[in-house]
Design a protein around this ligand. Structure first.
Ligand SMILES: Nc1nc2c(c(CN[C@H]3C=C[C@H](O)[C@@H]3O)cn2[C@@H]2O[C@H](COP(=O)(O)O)[C@@H](O)[C@H]2O)c(=O)[nH]1
Length: 367
C-alpha cells in the first residue's frame, strides 16, 4: 500500500472514530491562499507586520475610499479598460490576466518598454502597457483576445505577436517568449476542455470565485502560482485571483462577474502593493532584505525572501481589512477593493515621484 493510500486509510479511520462522515464533496470550494499566507506570516523572519501602522493606515484608507466613493465602478473608469458588459470584455480580461506579469525594467524610464496608444498617442508603461497593446491590436483587427487565434500558429505567428507587443523604445516587452507560451498553452487547454470559450470556463465554476480560481490552477499550468515554503506547499495564485476580481469589478458583480463567495479572494501578491504597504509602515524588512531591495538586487522566484514578501502582504491586507471593519462594520470593503485602491494609490505616488522604497525585483510569469 502506497503512503498516499495509508494516509487515506488512516484518515478514514480517524473520521469514523470521530463520528465524522466521508469528506463532503458538496462542501464549498476553498483556495487555501489566505491560510497559506498566514502560515508564511507565522514563519517569516525577514518580513514583519506592524499593527500600529496598520491601524493608522486603516483610518486613512477608509476615509479616502469613502471620499472617492471607491467601488467596483472604478475599474471601468480607467480609460484603457473595456466598458462593454459582454463576452468581448470576458475575453479581454482573460487575455490580460493571462499575461499580467513582470513589466518592471532595469532601464531608465525613457528607455523601458512602452506602448503608444490613445489620445495624444500617450506612452503607457507597466501594467498599462499590456492593456494598451491589447487595445491597439484589436484596433488593428488582430483578434488577440480570441482563444482560437492563439493556437493557430499560421495566423497567430511570432511575427504577428511581435507586432502586437511592439515597443516605442529599443526594449521589448519582458518575457516575450514566456508570454507566447502562455497564450499557446491556454488556447490549447481552452480548445480541448472548454470549447475554446472563456465563458464556458466561467460557467463551469457555477458562480463560485474560489471554484473558478481552483479550476484555473488545476487546468492551466500557467496560472498555477504555487511554491514550497518551510517544506510546505503554499498557493499564492495571483493571476487566477485577479482574473476573477477583474471580472467581478468589470461586470459590477453581475452577469459574468456574479460570484456568491467573492470575499474569498485575497490581495494579489504582486510587486507593487508590497511596496506601498512598506511605505505605509504596515510591513518592514530585515536589514539584509531591505539592502537587497534598495540596491535593486534580484530575488529569485521561490526564494524564501520572495515568498515572505508575497505571503506577508496577503496577510497584511487581511489585517487591514479587519481593522477597517472594526472602524466601520458596514463598510463595503473586501481584499479586492483594498488591493485595487492600494495599487492605484502606489501608481499615483510613483507618478508624483514619491517612491519611498523600490519594489522587489523577481522575474517570473506569476506576477
Ligand atoms: N496587487 C495588484 N497588482 C496589480 C494590479 C494591477 C492593475 N489592476 C487594475 C485593475 C484594477 C485596479 O484599479 C488597477 O487599475 C496590476 N498589478 C500588478 O502590478 C505589477 C505591475 O505594476 P506596474 O509595473 O507598476 O504597472 C504587475 O505585477 C501586475 O500584475 C492590481 O490592481 N493589484
Amino acid at each position: 500500500m502506497s503512503d498516499d493510500e495509508v494516509d487515506h486509510e488512516l484518515l478514514d479511520l480517524l473520521r469514523k472514530s470521530l463520528g465524522l462522515g466521508p469528506p463532503d464533496p458538496s462542501a464549498p470550494p476553498e483556495t487555501k491562499v489566505l491560510q497559506n499566507a498566514e502560515f508564511i506570516y507565522d514563519n517569516s523572519i525577514d518580513v514583519a507586520l506592524d499593527m500600529r501602522h496598520t491601524k493608522v493606515a486603516a483610518i486613512d484608507i477608509l476615509k479616502q475610499m469613502q471620499e472617492r466613493e471607491y467601488s467596483t465602478k472604478a475599474w471601468s473608469e480607467h480609460t484603457l479598460h473595456p466598458k462593454a458588459k459582454d463576452e468581448s470584455t470576458v475575453n479581454f480580461i482573460f487575455t490580460m490576466d493571462l499575461l499580467n506579469f513582470s513589466f518592471w525594467s532595469e532601464k531608465e524610464e525613457g528607455d523601458r518598454f512602452a506602448v503608444k496608444y490613445g489620445e495624444e498617442e500617450k506612452r503607457w508603461t507597466g501594467y498599462w502597457s499590456l492593456v494598451a497593446a491589447l487595445q491597439r491590436a484589436l484596433d488593428e483587427d488582430i483578434p488577440i483576445t480570441t482563444p482560437g487565434f492563439w493556437v493557430d500558429e499560421e495566423e497567430c505567428s511570432e511575427e504577428v505577436l511581435r507586432k502586437v507587443f511592439r515597443s516605442e523604445t529599443e526594449e521589448e516587452i519582458p518575457l516575450f517568449e514566456e508570454r507566447v507560451r502562455c497564450l499557446r498553452e491556454a488556447g490549447q487547454i481552452l480548445e480541448e476542455e472548454f470549447d475554446s470559450s472563456v465563458v464556458t470556463l466561467i460557467e463551469d465554476a457555477k458562480n463560485s470565485a474560489a471554484g473558478l480560481v481552483n479550476l484555473l490552477a488545476e487546468r492551466f499550468p500557467c496560472f498555477r502560482d504555487e511554491a514550497t515554503f518551510e517544506r510546505k506547499k503554499v498557493r499564492l495564485l495571483k493571476r487566477a485571483q485577479i482574473f476573477v476580481a477583474d471580472l467581478w469589478a468589470a461586470f459590477e458583480g453581475e452577469g459574468y462577474g456574479e460570484f456568491n463567495d467573492i470575499d474569498k479572494i485575497t490581495m494579489f501578491a504582486d510587486y507593487r502593493v508590497p511596496q506601498i504597504l512598506h511605505t505605509l509602515g504596515c510591513i518592514s524588512y530585515s536589514p539584509p532584505l531591505e539592502k537587497r531591495i534598495r540596491n535593486y538586487g534580484i530575488i529569485e522566484p521561490g526564494h524564501s525572501w520572495e515568498l515572505q514578501i508575497r505571503g506577508c502582504s496577503i496577510w497584511a491586507i487581511e489585517l487591514l481589512r479587519r481593522e477597517i471593519l472594526k472602524l466601520q462594520p458596514d463598510a463595503k470593503v473586501n481584499a479586492i477593493l483594498l488591493d485595487f485602491f492600494l495599487y492605484d494609490f502606489a501608481k499615483e505616488k510613483e507618478k508624483n515621484g514619491e517612491e519611498a522604497i523600490p519594489h522587489h525585483r523577481t522575474r517570473s510569469i506569476w506576477y
